[in-house]
Design a protein around this ligand. Structure first.
Ligand code: PLP
Length: 356
């Protein structure tokens, strides 16, 4: 089977096999890594290796703290203002889809929010050009969503701004190289390209630590997490272990430059198949089409159910679009191989021939 789920998403087969083999007896310890204290040298070692591998993959300098937290990206929607802005401060946000909107709504609970630009008018099929953004002179930060998982819209540029850039990279992280130094804060839920759900990654420039007010809960305070090596409380140790295996796997694949080449090839094929047919359509402006999430519609939505049932029977799983937009969505994260995309395209062409 091929799994096109948007998240929790496919994990590399070899990672799952390794985790299975080590499940009951981790490296001869006689017990599972899941059963060990997070203060044990074994688990601390796993966490340190995961961090070192991630730093190598993304080129993260010592100017940044790497935090492994919990609560998903949604918790960071609150943690971002709590760590960076007071109630009377101002934060800029760009609205390019459902995840931006959620970040904005949560941000408003804790600080004053200026929506600097929005693509709602185009039904989130575009990214507003940088020239049109109305940034505040004194914003505590500028928040945007480099890849909108539901709309399938991705930035292939980094906006210029004087405020620190804070980005929700949940569905694009590790899909291609990024220059971490461009950002103040990068955060991501793990369940797409990092590992299993339950783990949340925050990469924060150290000069942005220590700005949280007294009311910021300890569990949301990045400084507290950094001071305690992400072990202020019991971390999700098994998820962290699996993420470590994914990072090792990524290094074996040749790192993020190799992933980018593969991801561009996969996405390029799929968009080409969609564009070459009158039966399928993708609404996103060409230069902002996501490498990871490819939404598409059928010419006749009465066929949606049949398409999904037949895809499922053919082992092409989880192609249903998000409930807020309908249609289909193929999420083609790192662990989804080119063979999966080829199989999907062959199925789509066959389906069109029979029903178009
Ligand atoms: N942000 C983006 C871009 C997402 O795709 C998702 C989940 O799919 C979230 C935030 C929410 O993440 P979580 O479920 O980890 O809170």
């Amino acid at each position: 089977c091929y799994n096109f789920c948007a998240g929790p998403a496919a994990l590399p087969q070899v990672v799952l096999e390794k985790a299975r083999d080590e499940m009951l007896d981790w490296h001869g310890a006689g017990l599972s890594i899941m059963e060990m204290s997070h203060r044990s040298p074994e688990v601390v070692g796993v966490a340190q290796r995961a961090e070192a591998d991630l730093r190598e993959l993304l080129g993260i300098s010592d100017d940044y703290a790497v935090l492994f937290l919990q609560g998903g990206a949604s918790t960071q929607f609150a943690a971002v203002p709590l760590n960076l802005a007071g109630e009377n401060d101002l934060a800029d946000y760009v609205n390019t889809g459902q995840w931006s909107k959620k970040a904005i709504a949560e941000g408003r609970r804790f600080t004053r929010v200026n929506v600097a630009a929005s693509s709602e008018d185009s039904n989130f099929s575009t990214i507003p050009p940088r020239e049109s953004w109305q940034l505040s002179a004194d914003a505590a930060y500028l928040h945007y969503t480099p890849n909108e998982t539901i709309g399938g819209v991705e930035y292939f540029w980094v906006p210029e701004a004087s405020a620190p850039l804070v980005v929700d990279m949940s569905s694009t992280i590790l899909s291609r190289p990024v220059n971490v130094a461009d950002y103040g804060v990068i955060y991501a839920g793990a369940q797409k390209n990092i590992g299993p759900a339950g783990l949340t990654l925050v990469i924060v420039r150290r000069d942005l630590l220590g700005r949280a007010g007294d009311k910021c809960p300890a569990m949301l305070n990045w400084q507290t997490a950094a001071d305690n090596d992400s072990m202020y409380n019991t971390p999700p140790t098994f998820a962290l272990y699996l993420a470590g295996l994914v990072f090792e796997w990524l290094k074996e694949q040749g790192g993020l430059a190799a992933m980018e080449r593969l991801n561009r090839r996969k996405a390029g094929k799929l968009y080409a198949a969609i564009d070459s047919s009158a039966f399928y359509a993708n609404p996103v402006e060409v230069q902002s089409r996501s490498l990871m999430n490819v939404p598409f519609t059928l010419a006749d939505d009465a066929l949606d159910k049949q398409f999904l049932a037949e895809a499922d029977a053919a082992g092409l799983l989880n192609l249903k679009g998000h409930r807020s937009v309908g249609g289909m969505r193929a999420s083609i994260y790192n662990a989804v191989g080119e063979d999966a995309v080829d199989a999907l395209i062959a199925f789509m062409q066959d389906f069109e021939q029979r029903n178009g």
